[in-house]
Design a protein around this ligand. Structure first.
Ligand SMILES: Cc1ncc(COP(=O)(O)O)c(C=O)c1O
Length: 505
């Protein structure tokens, strides 16, 4: 069986530590880390992860990568080339897949619209672009899908629906589950039968059942509850409604610290056993929707320790230069940490001690900005240690669900537009006002990171850019008229650039 560890901590930053640590200038590195974290990518890991996942779940059905876990174009292209399917929660994720080259045929057969609470316009656009597989857990959603298909004069029978079930019988999911999904998602068996009836009455096809045990579920038995109910419902749908349900979608939730074989060797025989016990027809297809497991180790974050203090109860509170506020949902799920210190300018890995526990925080002043609680840390992280704040931390697992703040927003969704109340009340739905607000909002959004970059670029790097000070850009960003001019300038130079280069790609 070989190494039964999952991919979580496999990344060249730590695997090949010697390779780069002898070259790094320790002081400069720490200065840089005090300004900003590093996000070190290793997208090749995703192809390897997919191959391993495929060995264990590829024969039973389609693996749908959950795009919400990382919408990085390189990752999407790699997975498209591998023949992966995809799970989407928003239409914008489908746009990213189309931009990455997903074919119309694959959209029809390999994309699951897994969000059960969808925007009507998203449903319409997804149908137009060819999506035919939808998860649902409410009659409202089923009605809207049917209405939109009718308006588009589509064959409703070609719309394939999966009913999403609860993942446990409590609304908090219970011991071992990383997250609750049951307060928002899923139905019990009686509701599932009503939805099955509803789907059939509307002329659509009920193909399967699905449930999600919670992201980073580290115990394969957390799938047992959902599998049991899917089997019961598969039998009942046949007996009571004459519907042959042929698919089971195990969704996501696989913990990247654990080898995928640990899941397959429990879950696949379990399905055989439970479907037999419940006298249900064995599913023709057993699909999956892994997010975190496929991409967690595609990136690590490197941040620096800013400060260490000790609470009255002995807990060490470690504040770092990167955290939840800057990086998204790095909240104690699917993460691991390695600590290093620089000695004579070179880096050395510190030993994590099980008997010394700390809470790792970002810089936002609230408890929520916590990446890990009671996690093993090295003894060097102590307030009395004068070089405790020279320690830098490699955060494993940052490839999943983490960097959308940096990229402005999640999965290609347009971020909120900023404007003053005066502009808003002037009637934002007038095209003229809307356009000005749009340009200013994005000029500011692009200007701020440019300002930061320019304050770090020196004349040595680039003579002309090095002469401009970040503070000069800040003044322009503060002046609404100049901000608008800057926005139009950025947009027109981008337009020129695109015109010049678009055809040559
Ligand atoms: C419907 C659905 N499928 C798949 C996933 C991916 O889950 P994970 O990243 O835990 O594998 C999610 C995550 O929220 C989801 O809601």
């Amino acid at each position: 069986m070989g190494n039964m560890k999952g991919p979580l901590t496999s990344h060249p930053v730590t695997d090949n530590f010697k390779e780069w640590s002898v070259q790094v200038d320790g002081r400069k590195f720490l200065q840089q880390l005090a300004r900003h974290a590093y996000r070190i990518c290793n997208y090749d890991a995703v192809a390897d992860n997919y191959n391993i996942f495929h060995q264990h779940f590829g024969k039973t059905g389609v693996i749908h990568f959950a795009v919400k876990a990382s919408a990085e174009p390189h990752i999407l292209k790699t997975l498209i080339a591998k023949g992966s399917g995809f799970e989407i929660a928003t239409y914008s994720e489908l746009r990213l897949l189309i931009e990455s080259g997903l074919s119309k045929e694959d959209i029809g057969t390999k994309v699951n619209f897994g969000q059960t609470q969808k925007e009507r316009a998203d449903i319409r656009k997804a149908l137009v672009d060819g999506v035919r597989n939808f998860a649902t857990d409410n009659v409202h959603d089923i009605r809207i899908i049917a209405e939109e298909a009718f308006k588009l004069r589509m064959d409703k029978g070609a719309i394939r629906m999966q009913v999403r079930l609860f993942n446990s019988d409590s609304d908090t999911s219970g011991e071992g589950y990383s997250q609750s999904f049951n307060r928002r998602y899923g139905v019990d068996n009686e509701q599932a039968m009503q939805l099955a009836r509803n789907i059939a009455e509307r002329g659509m096809t009920l193909t399967g059942f699905t449930f999600h045990p919670g992201s980073d579920s580290n115990n394969p038995q957390l799938w047992d509850y959902g599998v049991r109910n899917a089997a019961i419902l598969t039998r009942r749908a046949k007996e009571e409604l004459g519907i042959e349900v042929t698919e089971l979608n195990l969704s996501g939730g696989f913990d990247p610290a654990i080898h995928i074989e640990q899941y397959s060797k429990h879950i696949l025989p379990l399905i055989d056993k439970i479907y037999k016990e419940e006298k249900a027809t064995h599913p023709h297809r057993i699909d999956t929707e892994p997010g975190r497991w496929l991409v967690a180790n595609a990136e690590v974050l490197i941040g620096k320790v800013s400060n260490v203090k000790i609470n009255k109860d002995g807990t060490r509170i470690v504040t770092m230069t990167t955290g939840v506020s800057e990086n998204g949902t790095l909240t104690d799920l699917g993460l691991d940490f390695d600590f290093f210190i620089l000695e004579d300018g070179k880096a050395r890995k510190l030993e994590k001690r099980d008997d010394i526990r700390g809470n790792l925080h970002g810089r936002a002043c609230a408890d929520f900005d916590v990446m890990a609680e009671s996690t093993p840390i090295p003894d060097e992280l102590h307030p009395d240690n004068p070089i405790a704040d020279d320690v830098f931390v490699v955060i494993h697992g940052a490839g999943a669900y983490s960097h959308y703040m940096e990229r402005n927003f999640w999965c290609g969704i347009t971020p909120p537009m900023k404007m003053n109340y005066d502009d808003f009340k002037n009637c934002i739905t007038h095209e003229k006002y809307y356009q000005v607000a749009l340009v200013n909002s994005y000029a500011e959004r692009s200007g701020l990171p440019l300002k930061n970059a320019m304050s770090f670029i020196t004349r040595d790097t680039h003579k002309k850019i090095g002469e401009i000070k970040g503070s000069e850009i800040a003044r322009i960003l503060d002046n609404p008229i100049l901000l608008n001019k800057l926005g139009l300038h950025i947009l027109s130079s981008v337009a020129e650039f695109v015109q010049e280069h678009a055809d040559r790609q």
